[in-house]
Design a binder for this molecule. Structure first.
Ligand SMILES: [Zn+2]
Length: 132
């Protein structure tokens, strides 16, 4: 189960809105499935349809969350003009098979829709998530 603390959720949404119409990306981190920390990572592609996390920032975020005792990681990225489901590129690349991914759709810009998935090279499945 994925539980997002409200402050982390709102920070993630604000990050996605601030980079519109480019895709935003980052991590949420927490313990016992409860995600409380947000790490904003630069999308080095600065693209409206693709993302790739800045490798150094990604590494630093992972080390920092580990240091703080927040081992549960979830990756997020936005679909500024696309639906809240993995794009063909997300499926093809399956960059992060070890972690759930949140997709923030800003298709209706002022009514973001967030869905969670596990995406591996061979399968995609939707995950349940809750806001607290
Ligand atoms: Zn995507």
């Amino acid at each position: 189960m994925i539980v997002l603390e409200r402050t982390a959720y709102l920070t993630m949404l604000a990050h996605c809105q601030s980079l519109y119409p480019q895709e935003a990306c980052g991590f949420l981190a927490g313990a016992n499935g409860r995600l409380s920390a947000v790490y904003l990572v630069e999308n080095v592609l600065h693209s409206p349809v693709r993302f790739e996390m800045h490798p150094q920032q990604q590494l630093e975020a992972m080390l920092d969350s580990e240091e703080k005792g927040l081992p549960d990681l979830v990756i997020y990225h936005s679909h500024p003009q696309g639906p809240p489901r993995p794009s063909p590129t997300d499926l093809r690349l399956a960059y992060y098979p070890d972690w759930p991914q949140l997709i923030v759709s800003l298709e209706s810009r002022h009514a973001p829709v967030v869905r969670a998935f596990s995406i591996t090279a061979t399968a995609v499945s939707e995950r349940k998530w809750y806001l607290e």
